[in-house]
Design a protein around this ligand. Structure first.
Ligand code: ZN
Length: 145
């Protein structure tokens, strides 16, 4: 799809890409709410999970499970939350991406992930440097091999 950030990453993979399969691609979230926060998307542009064909769904969730395991192996969390949003009612400018994706959020006991979600959604975030995101991507990639 034209002007889709996730299709752009698929076509121009950068150092933040963690894994690629026939149907899926995983990469660091540019606006992380925890270190190691990454996204897994379908290679084909679909607006919602509800329209993804079964073969792509299976591949997507296989990648989700592999990356979740790698996040834990890399020591980025003691657990992982998986989130998937379908909020077409929000304007595009409010972090909405109209390309289906699953968030993987490393978690630790007593962390501030839910506070950070609120801070992000209120637009009060300061973003990390790209080099830090790429360093974390490298950590996770090593655990996938
Ligand atoms: Zn797309």
């Amino acid at each position: 799809m034209h002007n889709c950030d996730f299709c752009h990453i698929r076509d121009n993979p950068h150092e933040g890409v963690i894994a690629q399969t026939a149907h899926s691609i995983a990469f660091m979230d540019k606006h992380p709410i925890a270190e190691g926060h990454c996204l897994v998307t379908t290679r084909t542009h679909h607006e919602s999970l509800m329209e993804v064909p079964d073969a792509e769904l299976l591949d997507l969730f296989k990648v989700v499970a592999r990356v979740e395991k790698a996040i834990l192996a890399a020591g980025l969390g003691d657990g992982v939350d998986m989130r998937q949003h379908f909020r077409p009612y929000l304007p595009e400018g409010k972090y909405v991406k109209r390309h289906v994706h699953v968030h993987l959020l490393p978690r630790r006991d007593g962390d501030d992930v839910f506070t950070q979600v609120a801070v992000k959604e209120m637009g009060l975030r300061t973003e990390p440097a790209e080099k830090d995101l790429f360093a974390t991507a490298s950590l996770i990639r090593k655990e996938l091999k």
